[in-house]
Design a protein around this ligand. Sequence first.
Ligand code: UFG
Length: 326
Amino acid sequence: MTVLVLGGAGYVGSHAVDMLLKRGYDVAVVDNLVTGHRESVPANVRFYEGDVRDQAFLADVFEKENIEGIMHFCAYSLVGESMQKPLMYFNNNVGGAQVILETMEEFGVKHIVFSSTAATFGIPEKSPISEKTPQKPINPYGESKLIMEKMMKWQSQATDMTYVALRYFNVAGAKDDGSIGEAHKNETHLIPIILQTALGQREFITIYGDDYHTPDGTCIRDYIDMEDLIEAHIKALEYLKAGGQSDQFNLGSSKGYSNLEVLETARKVTGKEIPSQMGERRAGDPDELVADSTKAGEILGWKAQNDLEHIITNAWKWHQSHPKGY
Ligand code: UFG
């Protein structure tokens, strides 16, 4: 039986493929290579290049593979871009989920674990954020993921399919040998930009605002290590296979770091000065996003193991060994 990894050539998907293989799972990958990299998936893994919105293509993959469960990572995920191109987000994220769920039903595939996001919560009234916190997204990206959660919920009620939605907080890090990692065309995320500055590829990092309601005035985020994140997906899949009911979990370390604290940690890890300057606020950034991951501990037996220093250490290995990405 095979785990089908949708978006397996992307940043998170490629790490999932790597860990699934290490754990002895049989794996097949689907990716349209729009943001993914073929080089991030081992050459001997069965690879189907195509788009999940293409029903005939996806049905052909389901025909060929004996699928026990799906991990779904193929969605657009940039908040800023989603504000500029909302329909592109609904088309890919919601439209993709629809075809995936229809194909699962057609072929009797029962389980799916998929990436949701802290962005479904919008600006939460209190922190940390638990699964009981109301979901009120403030951008099309978060909205598209919330719609995906709801599609899964209704479909699971109507059929015998079960799902787990994993709401990621800020994912960072890389495989511990630095062989796969984060490579976006136009990087917008804090840690990779800091490390590109450490490499001298950028003159300085601009920190977006120091007038937030936080102790040092910069935004606070909860960073989750890639390895911990994938562990949660494997536990979620096993939970579903064992008959667990459909559910949602917030995944973070339950510890927040301000943007300045992240920068300081990167200076310590890299031993580089990393020039920085203070800039204006970036639109749509909530003051603080920290996860309460108690529920994932209770039901999945999952807890984040790795701290920010570990995350940056592995990300630094990747950036040093792949300064131009793949
Ligand atoms: N930041 C800077 N300078 C930069 C880049 C980022 O100061 O050059 C700041 C941002 O303003 C923010 C923090 O660093 O305060 C983190 O920003 P990221 O862009 O790294 O990440 P986000 O918190 O915006 O978003 C990420 C994912 C989303 C997900 C969210 C959940 O990209 O998909 O985490 O917390 F929804």
